[in-house]
Ligand binder design. Structure first.
Ligand SMILES: [Zn+2]
Length: 254
């Protein structure tokens, strides 16, 4: 019996050290959070009061305590962690006590990847996706796309935010562009109307909303959310009704 226990212990120890030597999973929290956020995340820079910024940092801490970040093929830097957390916090910043109950790990690849998750060769144009099947409870992001989303502040595009908006959309069981956790049923008809008119304008080449939003309802919602968080003033001028709906969703303004 004792021998069995000793053998079992050695086996468990062996498995543990094997995992920790091959896995690059991290729950590290960067030390200089304020300065990293200030220098790289416009949403944080634009928060007007120190108490709002403190709240944002607390949300980042909470997210990082709950979520593994795993780098594949490169060494994770503090800035990578900060940008992943900012992508997660921005869409739900105005919601108290938010947790992503459908997320365990964010997997970071160094570059754009393809459907087979190859990030080194061939045609690769995927910057991010919400995992399904064996990748359930995971978001997969290209590090390059993630950084590009935050460094280009005028293109109304942000891959990190886009994928987390899909996760929010998914929380009611359907990824359909109708985020029932954010929007009450009262707004269903006007929201669907806005989606369909918006998609039609995109597909007729009569919109400044990113073309990918014309793909389907869920992509329209995610792309509109990127626009809302990246260029809110412009969205308000160009698409006032859509802006109001995004306010309802993400600012909880009724
Ligand atoms: Zn998408």
């Amino acid at each position: 019996m004792i021998l069995f226990l000793v053998v079992a212990f050695i086996l468990v120890l062996g498995m543990y050290s094997y995992r920790s030597s091959t896995s690059k999973k991290s729950k590290r929290i960067p030390k200089d959070l304020h300065n990293l956020l200030l220098a790289n995340v416009l949403f944080y820079e634009k928060l007007k009061t120190e108490s709002q910024r403190k709240l944002f940092r607390e949300r980042v801490y909470t997210f990082l305590k709950e979520t593994y970040i795993e780098a594949v093929g490169f060494n994770l830097e503090d800035i990578d962690i900060v940008l992943v957390a900012a992508s997660a916090v921005i869409p739900v910043f105005y919601f108290k006590d938010w947790t992503y109950s459908n997320l365990a790990t964010v997997l970071l690849y160094p570059d754009y990847f393809n459907k087979e998750l190859n990030y080194t060769e061939g045609a690769r144009n995927i910057g991010g996706l919400v995992g399904t099947g064996r990748f359930n409870d995971q978001v997969i992001l290209s590090r390059k796309a993630l950084h590009h989303g935050f460094s280009n502040k005028t293109d109304k595009s942000n891959t990190g935010i886009h994928e987390f908006v899909h996760l929010i959309d998914m929380l009611d069981g359907d990824t359909d562009g109708i985020p029932s956790v954010l929007l009450s049923n009262t707004y269903l008809i006007p929201w669907l109307d806005l989606i369909h008119k918006g998609m039609e304008a995109i597909n007729n080449d009569q919109s400044d909303i990113r073309a990918y939003g014309g793909t389907n309802q869920q992509e329209f919602f995610a792309v509109a959310a990127e626009y809302f968080f990246e260029r809110p003033e412009l969205l308000k001028v160009k698409h006032p009704d859509l802006y109001k709906m995004m306010e309802l969703c993400f600012l909880g303004k009724k």
